[in-house]
Ligand binder design. Structure first.
Ligand code: GNR
Ligand code: NI
Length: 171
């Protein structure tokens, strides 16, 4: 188990479309373990494998509120199969865009098809924070970021800020 580095804006790998998992083997289980360790340390409530530089369709979530009371969830090859026309707004953040928060409007309810870590198929209808987070993570595995839904002015501003910060580190 290991904490991995989380890649940040403007890293181009955040725009990759991640590859489906063909076999859930020991390598995938080890990846999931590292992802949980990385997410809990950050701390965050969700993580997609691409955020640690691995372009595979693996998502983890833990929406439990109390510290120490973990409710880990794993979604392999997740896809949205239905979205409500009703929308909901939530102030989102992203570990790959640290300390930046903006309100995002998304479908209030979605149906999501995925495999669990045993390779068993599920289809679940979700709403609330779970719906928001799952959509945020499924976007990651499709190369989409929450800033893609805000105004171009705000998006350009945040990209510029992170690009400057990255240049400073290079110097
Ligand atoms: O930790 C996270 N919090 C969060 C808050 C609102 C909407 C989405 C999220 S996901 C984020 C972790 C992350 O970047 N996952 O990709
Ligand atoms: Ni994110």
């Amino acid at each position: 188990m290991a904490v991995r580095d989380i890649i940040k804006l403007p890293d181009k790998r955040l725009r990759l479309v991640s590859e489906p998992i063909k076999h859930i083997d020991g390598d995938i289980r080890a990846l999931v373990d590292d992802m949980f360790e990385t997410m809990y340390k950050a701390p965050g409530i969700g993580l997609a494998a691409i955020q640690i530089g691995i372009p595979k369709r693996v998502i983890i979530l833990d929406l439990s509120k109390k510290e120490g009371d973990h409710k880990p969830q794993v979604f392999i090859n997740a896809e949205v199969t239905w979205a409500s026309s009703e929308k909901s707004k939530y102030e989102e953040g992203c570990l790959s865009i640290p300390e930046y928060y903006e309100e995002v409007e998304r479908p209030a309810e979605v149906k999501v098809k995925y495999l669990d870590l045993d390779g068993k198929a599920h289809e679940t209808e979700v709403k609330g924070l779970l719906a928001t987070c799952l959509q945020h993570e499924i976007d990651h595995i499709n190369g989409v970021l929450f800033i893609d839904y805000i105004s171009k002015l705000k998006r350009d501003r945040v990209i510029k800020k992170f690009s400057k910060a990255a240049k400073k580190v290079e110097e």
